[in-house]
Ligand binder design. Structure first.
Ligand code: 3PG
Length: 307
């Protein structure tokens, strides 16, 4: 019997990416089932019932999903952050979880600049803005996306700084990025702070009012990481206390409507998470996920296993 793979995407991949994923699986003799734009989590729970493998994006791979997936051997998050997978249950159930690091990083990095320019040009509403040239950008966490951000920032002739206690200074220096020794130094010296932190216990609410209050006059935070890394109470406080603070996010906070209403010129939120939503990123991440599934099921290859 052929192996069955479910692609469950509440925010679907571009059509051309789905076609390429289909081709990869059909060449391997696998059956592919699509569950796109589903409205209820229960549809996802039901759809995993008899599948051997699963591809998801930010879809919530919960305990309920995993416990209902009796034949599941592998789940691949087509993307970088896997905070949407209950890794403990996956491990208990003998399910391998993987991500596809780097595959959508350039797309996210390009959006960082879209958001920065949106703020710098005052949302294109007619007022004079500012330029990115010669401004200082601080990259908070120097992973795959951070690297792409640094590369693009050089094209804008920005001065690039980064803080990441887990990355060797030499790696940053090789990219012509100036490492800073403390997160406070990054926030107090840069005009733009771009967040690239994963959502883990240590990072939740870590961008707090104490840190934000140290930012330069007129400085901006760009969040294309996860909404939970920014402390929302602190965010509201800093908006209220400082009339120069700017914030743009692809992962809108729960308080977005309040911020938009009170400070329409100082904040900007995408309608939904759009960072990785490009044709290229969808193809890269989707095909990588499909290939990783086949390599695991056929050859036991566990590259990019995260549990
Ligand atoms: C990621 O972690 O790869 C990004 O946040 C992209 O998420 P998405 O696939 O839900 O757009």
């Amino acid at each position: 019997m052929s192996k069955k793979v479910l692609v469950a995407t509440i925010k679907p991949f571009a059509k051309a990416a789905v076609e390429q994923i289909k081709t990869v699986f059909s060449e391997a003799g696998y059956e592919l089932v699509l569950l796109e734009s589903y409205k209820e989590q229960s549809e996802f729970v039901e759809a995993v019932n008899d599948v051997d493998a699963l591809i998801i994006r930010s879809d919530k791979c919960t305990e309920e999903v995993l416990n209902n997936a009796k034949n599941l051997k592998i789940v691949v998050r087509a993307g970088a952050g896997y905070d949407n997978i209950d890794l403990q249950v996956a491990t208990e159930n003998g399910v391998v979880a993987m991500n596809t690091p780097g595959q959508n990083s350039n797309a996210v990095a390009e959006l960082v600049f879209g958001l920065m320019i949106t703020l710098a040009r005052k949302q294109y509403l007619g007022k004079a803005g500012t330029e990115l040239k010669y401004k200082k950008i601080g990259i908070h966490a120097y992973g795959n996306v951070g690297k792409f951000v640094s590369k693009i920032a050089k094209g804008f002739e920005m001065e690039v700084f980064a803080y990441d206690p887990y990355v060797d200074d030499a790696i940053m220096k090789a990219d012509d990025v100036q490492p800073v020794t403390s997160v406070e130094e990054l926030y107090s010296s840069c005009d733009y702070i771009s967040l690239h932190l994963p959502k883990i216990k240590e990072t939740i609410n870590s961008v707090n009012s104490e840190l934000m209050s140290q930012m330069k006059k007129g400085a901006a935070i760009i969040n294309t990481a996860r909404k939970e890394v920014v402390d929302e109470e602190g965010l509201k406080r800093i908006f209220a206390e400082r009339d120069d603070f700017l914030f743009a996010s692809d992962v809108a906070p729960d308080c977005k409507d309040e911020l938009r209403e009170k400070y329409p010129e100082r904040c900007f939120f995408t309608a939904k998470k759009m960072g990785a939503q490009t044709l290229e990123a969808n193809i890269n991440a989707g095909v990588a996920a499909a290939t990783q599934i086949i390599n695991f099921l056929e050859k036991g290859d566990t590259t990019f296993k995260v549990n």
